[in-house]
Design a protein around this ligand. Sequence first.
Ligand code: ADP
Ligand code: MG
Length: 691
Amino acid sequence: MSLLPPSTLLDGLPWVPPNRKPALRRLGILTLEHLLCHFPRRYEDRRKFDHFPDVPSETPVCLYGLVNKTNYKRFGPRRIFEAILEDENAGVLSSPLTLRWYNMPWIQKMIQGGDRLVVFGKPRERSKRMVIEHPEFEVIEDDGLLSLHFDRITPVHSAGDGLPVDVLRELIHQSLEVTDLGAIPRLWPERMSQEAMLPDVWRAVHFPVDMTECEAARRQLVRDVFFGIQLILGFRRAAIKKNGGFERPGTGSIWRRVAEALPFELTDSQCAVMQEISTDMAMPSRMNRLLQGDVGSGKTLVALRAMIQAHESGWQAALMAPTQILADQHYLNFRRILDPLGIPVVLRTSSRREESLPSSDLFASNTTGPALIVGTHALLFEGAEFERLGLVVIDEQHKFGVLQRAQLIERADAPDVLVMTATPIPRTITQTLYGDLDISLLKDRPAGRGRIVTVVREVEKLPAIVDFLRGALVAGRQAYIVYPLIEESEKLDLKAATSEFEKWRALLAPATVGLLHGRIDAVAKDAMMRDFREGRLSVLVATTVIEVGVDVPNATIMIIEEAGRFGLSQMHQLRGRIGRGPEKSWCILLHNGATGPALEKLQVLENTLDGFAIAEADLRLRGPGDLLGTAQTGLPSLGLGDLLRDADIMAEARGIAWQVLGEDPKLENPIHRQMKDYVLTNAVSQHLSAG
Ligand code: ADP
Ligand code: MG
């Protein structure tokens, strides 16, 4: 029999049961290749099962046994189906296990007394019996295909309604037999790699002989996916650079005056990064750069330097902040610096159309070149008009995907792009999410900043903390008190917020206390932030709405309530609001008797101020989804890959992709072209393919 091409549609294949086709389609499985790329979610070693448990556990167990009897009960509205599973090999002394399903009447049709089952789930103790509720299970039938399902390392694929796991496993097995596997491109260039190519990778990943082989196969497939991602990102990076682009060297004259007037010395990092950016902008190719720096590392000034260079070169420059508060803050900050030099600054947001310099007519005669514009991100997508836009700075934006950036840089004036993020991101993620950007790092904190001391305290210590806080307020300091907010129960939180606020106001009287939360409208919120910034409010009780980047140097205390409910990176961000002035600052993390890993998590913050170390810890604790929030949507699909576990592969893939692009920048070599086309047409890379 001749082998079929991987793109063969399942619809025409006689061995695909027609009644399974809708379920396959729902999983997006239309072709043989889709079937082969539907990788196991986990594996069960069905040569050697766990012992029937006699204690509950959070780790699932995998058991094999005989259904001794089943029963069906109704308890009011609840329908309960139970199957009693016995360990045939353990003798009379072993106690049976109860499998239990609530309100899933169809299960009853699937399991009969005398059946042999493989089950997977967490054992619980219920009324002195060991029970697994809603286990995953498979009825083992001794038909011709038994060896596919039993007495081996068995893959478990995500199946779904209308498609039992064993049927799916048989289909995948069949597709391995009939597909021309050699026709599925393996992207990773073997000649550049240490690890030899596994010939049998598809079989090995679905039906491994042992877990060593399985992991080897997984890594190889991940290499292909990661290499594909890096190849496209690298290709795009090169294309963006080449595409349009203008020399914007500036004159340095305005910046020199700004720098002379600064009340402090630039940090070494700031100088180095400013130089990198300046050189980039002066080149005829376009700049596409990520500036990563911890909160308070002084990114704004780096942005200003770049904007001034654009202005000096006769181009507009725009800084986009994620919120109104931050746009206002940047605007005021820039005006303070630029008004004396007669450089026009304009604030543009969607709520207030334009607020130009009131005194601009004073300078009208001696200003040349277009203005510096400060706005919110919304502007970029509302089709706002810009004239000769030479530089776009996107501030504090770790939530932009590759796609959104592509949209931004398609403009004909080919602006240079500088993305600034205050969320330190682990390297692997940076290389994926921002793989098309050059990267600058601001490593050191400006001198003259007070130390930030972080302490983890039980909530019982509150009275002592209140005393401490009152003392600091009397000495003229300001404080943030932050408590968590869960979106699903906004109403509840509002109530909690209000009572928290009343509590603190009473505790801290006569100090002035403000309450800031998500339900407060933008105008009131602005007003409150202004009151805090200008010292009319001493304490801000707030949800996490106190944005990244809010700068009040006199605020030296932050109390985070129920700290266990926050992510590490989030708390690190919050903590960046203090320690901005010369005074020593205190961050107090309150918890309610946390122990073990929960306490260790908080102690990470006690032990380090290094945002990258914290981000790594956070990634390990919570995975990339939580860490990145919506940025996750900007991540390409990673197949079997895992950013943390496979960080080494991503780094190697990047190196090799750049090497390939170095040799063949346009990917014209037929093999490279084929790779590129494959990655771009493959659904795996849909996030990368625009632009
Ligand atoms: P971030 O990197 O979080 O955006 P900012 O740019 O807002 O930080 O800077 C925080 C504060 O530090 C600002 O008040 C800014 O004026 C000040 N600053 C920036 N650079 C220096 C420096 N080199 N020395 C002292 N203070 C600085
Ligand atoms: Mg900032």
